[in-house]
Design a protein around this ligand. Structure first.
Ligand SMILES: [Zn+2]
Length: 146
C-alpha cells in the first residue's frame, strides 16, 4: 500500500478518494482512478489503493445490516409517499366531484323552486276561480230565490 500524496493514475489524473459500498467492503475508503464508476464497474485504469484498513467481520456484518435496513426504510418511504400522493389525488378528485354535485344540486333546487312557483300560480288561479264561481253562484241564488 503506497501513501504518496497526489498520486497520478494511469489516465494522467490525480487519484480520488471514494467510499466502497460493496457487500465485501461496505464503508471502506479507497483511492483510485477518478473514472471508476460503481454502478457500471467501468474504470479508466487499474489504479486502486485502500485507505482504510481491512474491516473486521463483525464490522462488515453491522454495516451491511444497517445498509439493508436503510434500503428497506427507503423502500417503505417510497411506498408511503406513493400512497400519500394517491390519497392527495383521490382527495382532489372527490373535491371536484363534490363541486360538481353542488352545482347539480343548485340547478335541481332552482328547477324545483321554479316548478313550485308554477304550482303556486295554479293555486292562485284556482282560488280566484273559486271566488268568481262562488260570487256567480250566490248571485244566481239571489236572482233565483230572492
Ligand atoms: Zn485512471
Amino acid at each position: 500500500m503506497s501513501h504518496q500524496k497526489a498520486k497520478i493514475c494511469g489516465c494522467g489524473y490525480p487519484v480520488v478518494q471514494r467510499t466502497s459500498w460493496t457487500h465485501e467492503n461496505p464503508g471502506r475508503k479507497f483511492k483510485g482512478c477518478r473514472f471508476y464508476n460503481f454502478e457500471t464497474g467501468q474504470r479508466g485504469c487499474d489504479a486502486f489503493d485502500w485507505v482504510d484498513e481491512d474491516i473486521l467481520e463483525w464490522q462488515k456484518d453491522v454495516t451491511n445490516h444497517l445498509l439493508s435496513e436503510k434500503q428497506r426504510l427507503a423502500m417503505e418511504m417510497k411506498i408511503i409517499k406513493g400512497r400519500a400522493e394517491f390519497m392527495e389525488h383521490e382527495m382532489k378528485r372527490l373535491n371536484e366531484e363534490h363541486e360538481k354535485m353542488k352545482v347539480k344540486y343548485e340547478k335541481m333546487r332552482k328547477k324545483a323552486e321554479g316548478s313550485s312557483k308554477i304550482k303556486n300560480e295554479h293555486v292562485y288561479i284556482l282560488i280566484s276561480l273559486c271566488a268568481i264561481v262562488s260570487v256567480v253562484v250566490s248571485a244566481l241564488y239571489v236572482m233565483v230565490f230572492a
